[in-house]
Design a protein around this ligand. Structure first.
Ligand code: SF4
Length: 256
């Protein structure tokens, strides 16, 4: 988008990637290849080889199993770190980074790089912004960077990255009627506790499904307690390592 965001210290280019909007169409990958394969931009980049390089690649993250699965796509690229290890490793100036970023088309007056132009969903957003305003925006919107433990100050930020590392617990609640037939139960109340502390709740939908999201997969012991005023109750326990679809859970205690 090429947004200029406020006054302050020197503005630099940054990218925000919204994981919730990426649909894995690979338009950005192709746009980057189209721009760089066979094309040299002196002072910016050597030509990209036709094979073996992905200057943008899309990571796939899948959660759940059975009939409760979701997928997130994470476009990854050079993070344009302000404290770039590759620059230090080169040591001889063979790799360097301009203090305001590196953007040959933007230097020519383009308002956004080609990958941003090519993205049909708005998952990629380029910004021209000071460090102070970028940090404020990241704090306000909960933006994250990849591998923050390396402290390399990436200038590629991610929105909704938690979809890739948080877990959910889900299931399908049903009852058995007096005649032996079964039906999904809508409106059952589901409570989740971890290590004895209630951490979430949900209500089953018209298909009897529930999903409690935003959990940490840290091998915690959990307990599900399910209640329905008319149809009874159920309980399930487990250990949360990753997203856990419990499948069909029968209510017991009452039949009608
Ligand atoms: S163009 Fe946009 S939606 Fe398509 S893969 Fe790239 S980031 Fe995702």
């Amino acid at each position: 988008m090429g947004t200029s965001a406020g006054a302050g210290s020197m503005k630099k280019w940054a990218m925000i990637v919204d994981v919730a909007k990426c649909i894995n169409c690979n338009n950005c990958v192709l746009a980057t290849k189209d721009e760089h394969i066979g094309n040299e931009f002196p002072g910016y980049a050597a030509p990209q080889p036709a094979h073996g390089h992905e200057w943008i690649s899309i990571e796939r993250h899948t959660r759940g199993s059975g009939s409760m699965v979701d997928v997130s796509y994470v476009p990854t690229m050079c993070n344009h770190c302000d404290d770039a290890p590759c620059v230090k490793a080169a040591g001889d100036g063979a790799v360097y980074k301009r203090s305001d970023g590196d953007a040959h088309l933007l230097d020519q007056g383009w308002t956004k790089p080609r990958c941003v132009q090519a993205c049909p969903t708005g998952a990629l957003e380029s910004m021209h912004v000071s460090d102070e305003n970028m940090q404020a925006l990241a704090a306000r919107e909960g933006l994250e960077v990849l591998r923050p433990e390396f402290s390399t100050k990436p200038r590629v930020f991610y929105r909704n990255l938690r979809r890739t590392y948080q877990c959910f617990i889900g299931g399908n609640v049903f009852r058995t009627r007096a005649d032996g037939s079964q039906e999904n139960v809508e409106g059952a109340r589901v409570e989740l506790s971890i290590d004895g502390v209630k951490v979430g709740d949900a209500q089953t939908d018209r298909f009897g499904d529930f999903k409690i999201d935003g959990l940490q997969g840290n091998a915690a012991k959990y307990r599900l307690r399910i209640f329905h005023n008319a149809f009874g109750q159920a309980e399930a326990t487990g250990v949360l390592h990753k997203s856990d679809y419990r499948g069909a859970i029968p209510l017991t205690g009452r039949t009608s």
